[in-house]
Design a protein around this ligand. Sequence first.
Ligand SMILES: NC(=O)c1ccc[n+]([C@@H]2O[C@H](COP(=O)([O-])OP(=O)(O)OC[C@H]3O[C@@H](n4cnc5c(N)ncnc54)[C@H](O)[C@@H]3O)[C@@H](O)[C@H]2O)c1
Length: 388
Amino acid sequence: MTAPSGPEAGRAHGPSGLQTPAGTVGPVRVVGTGLLGASVGLALRALGVDVVLHDPSRVTVLLARDLGAGRLPEPSDPPPALVVVAAPPDVTGDVVAAELAAYPDAVVTDVASVKGAVLAALTAAGADLTRYVGSHPMAGSERSGPTAARPDLFVGRPWVVVGTEASSPEAVLAVRTLVTDLGATPVMLDARVHDEAVAVVSHLPQVASSLVAARLRDADPAALDLAGQGLRDVTRIAAGDPALWTSILAANARAVLPALRATRDDLDGLVQALEQVVEATGPHAVPGGALGTLAAAVAAGNAGVARIPGKHGGARRAYDVVTVLVPDQPGELARLLGDVGAAGINLEELSLEHAPRQPVGLASIAVLPGLGTTLEAELTGRGWTVAG
Ligand SMILES: NC(=O)c1ccc[n+]([C@@H]2O[C@H](COP(=O)([O-])OP(=O)(O)OC[C@H]3O[C@@H](n4cnc5c(N)ncnc54)[C@H](O)[C@@H]3O)[C@@H](O)[C@H]2O)c1
């Protein structure tokens, strides 16, 4: 597969399906053709950019090629203009250093989830930092490998770009252009700020999810039958790859530790409060402060979750939520959404929950405050059962 030439070169249907001119200049060499690398390749190929693939696993690189993420290198190839390293974080520094040395005119970026450790490895190796600009797309999946790759993985997502004082403006521009070509929004941060941010918004949530999910290993199957959306929400990312997450947590240990220690302190407080409740001889004997500690923990969570940006990055709003029973049959959800539209009410958020072993789902429809009662009446009038 070769890149188109002539007037159509670099102009194609991009990851978002729009006719987009590619600003990224090829050939682009993708090193590590798993989920992230193959997704970059698929998106660039959709823009008509020439992508050359490399991975130490022969099967992985051939699979990425067969999925359309790029082609294998040829001896007659020109050197790459841009190298994207999408290898595990613990080897990323070494791989970036090797790519900078092998291609002295190329800009090199990486997509590792941790930036400080990569930069430290490159500095220690004496690498040419003028051509290196780290990055981290805030997009991904709990699945790994090229079969999980998608060309639209980055569309609409923030993508952190981590230049250093040594980075040349041309290198920063090349990486920013890659990011926007792939439909993402560049966010410029320095490595330390990035690492501290992802420790709180990504790495601690992964640990918390894994720890909660681990409690389910010995749970009674009858208990698991009671599982609702809350458990699914909290444990979804617990399906992440252990090898990748070990590498991420180890590489960002310095930033993850304070967040983990603070969480441990909160947990210790909760354990102590619950012990006091259990040891009390009656409701009036519960020591002062114990119940307050429980309430304070939940209230602190309320305050934290309210700070997560809502729709379009704006402030999170309190919506009215109408929950509707949806028969588990083809076309029923589409019919429900059609009826919401026919009521002239905009749907702000939608979540679906499957009642275990029952042929119905629960669709929770969030609408602007004040519209819930109207929507409930409209849907009931159209024959839907509203659960609350
Ligand atoms: N998975 C996510 O959600 C996500 C999100 C953002 C960033 N990242 C980062 O992207 C990078 C890749 O993650 P992924 O999810 O694509 O993992 P993946 O396991 O799907 O792919 C990693 C690939 O790197 C290859 N590899 C291993 N050692 C290598 C080496 N020395 N040189 C070159 N390639 C090597 C592997 O063979 C594999 O194909 C990681 O640094 C990760 O931190 C992942």
